[in-house]
Design a protein around this ligand. Structure first.
Ligand code: GDP
Length: 325
């Protein structure tokens, strides 16, 4: 991928896309193509085709997706499967039709079976039943992977698939009802601190184990893979380290500086019991994550403080500016 290569970042305003976009620019890639959701609905096949025909991207990052936390997935399963299937199908198929040199499709660690042996190796894909709380999202992502592999096999394309673990960082979505655990808890602890609440409710039992990757590390990894990885085999991107939700909640409480109690709301789902990626494949290529969880949380909280509206009785605290870091 030369510095003048024409690169389309699908989803450049999202959590991953915005960091990826900035990093590409920092590294001297100047010929970037992008559209907001308003300008181009990636679920619309004809519009996607017209856009590709006009812009002729040579490299494509598929960072556009409908994403959300455990409750958003549970409550909007139809949107999670339809939007993701439509976006990725249009972008992957059009990339093939118009001769894109290389495409990187972004999956997720939730593609692995619920009771997968840990840490999860790439070959465990499709070896067991999925976690129910995010099955529609996972099935869409698995379809994207199989589609890339099928196109590589039949059409000789170079479409690669990266599987990131749970992500977090500046620019995330902080609405506690629909967000992932880290932005959700940052919002909740901050609100409790500001309003002097006695306790914060953390969903589930606190026992599930998760791995978290700082989004800037992922952006680095995606560029690294676009430059160095050319295989149909999926590749995990994570830190290789895990933490329980209880320990995570305590860490966020410390970063925010909240003094009250933590209560577990066991009426809310735990989801997958454990989700730790085996990162030996990407490690053997020479890539590793740099930002530790505590540092990443501090950076994310600082961003939240700078960008999210101040709390008062009328305003919502999670209404953050997006895509400016
Ligand atoms: P998951 O990895 O797909 O389950 O995604 P999430 O980030 O939504 O949730 C991770 C874990 O954190 C689950 O066990 C949740 O029940 C737990 N959790 C605890 N408190 C919260 C919260 O406030 N928001 C979210 N999204 N999850 C929480």
């Amino acid at each position: 991928m030369t510095r003048r290569a024409r690169i389309f970042v699908a989803g450049h305003t999202g959590l991953v896309g915005s960091h990826l976009f900035r990093k590409l620019k920092e590294k001297g890639y100047t010929n970037l193509v992008y559209r907001t959701r308003k300008q181009l609905d990636l679920r619309d096949q004809e519009k996607v085709y017209d856009f590709f025909k006009r812009e002729r991207p040579e490299y494509v990052f598929v960072a556009a997706a409908r994403v959300g936390g455990i409750l958003a997935n549970r409550d909007h399963p139809a949107e999670f499967i339809y939007d993701n299937l439509a976006i990725q199908t249009n972008v992957i198929h059009t990339s093939y039709l118009l001769g894109v040199k290389k495409l990187l499709f972004l999956g997720s660690s939730c593609i692995y079976p619920r009771n997968c042996p840990q840490p999860m190796k790439e070959e465990y894909l499709l070896s067991g039943y999925l976690e129910k709380t995010n099955e529609p999202y996972a099935v869409a992502k698995i379809s994207g992977i199989i589609m890339c592999q099928a196109y590589n096999q039949q059409y000789g394309t170079n479409f690669i698939c990266a599987m990131p673990t749970n992500l977090y960082g500046p620019g995330d979505h902080f609405d506690p009802k629909s967000s992932h655990v880290i932005p959700g808890l940052i919002s909740k602890f901050h609100e409790a601190k500001t309003l002097g609440r006695k306790f914060v409710e953390v969903w589930g039992t606190g026992k599930p184990m998760r791995e978290f990757l700082f989004v800037e590390d992922l952006a680095e990894a995606l560029i690294f893979l676009m430059e160095n990885y050319n295989s149909s085999e999926i590749i995990n991107v994570g830190t290789g380290e895990e933490i329980s939700i209880k320990e995570l909640a305590e860490m966020i409480k410390g970063v925010v500086g909240y003094q009250g109690q933590i209560k577990f709301d066991i009426s809310k789902p735990d989801g997958t019991p454990r989700k730790l990626l085996d990162v030996s494949r990407i490690s053997s290529l020479g890539w590793r994550a740099r930002v530790g969880l505590k540092d990443g949380l501090a950076i994310t909280y600082a961003w939240y403080l700078r960008n999210c509206k101040k709390l008062d009785s009328r305003k919502t605290h999670y209404n953050c500016k997006t895509a400016k870091h």
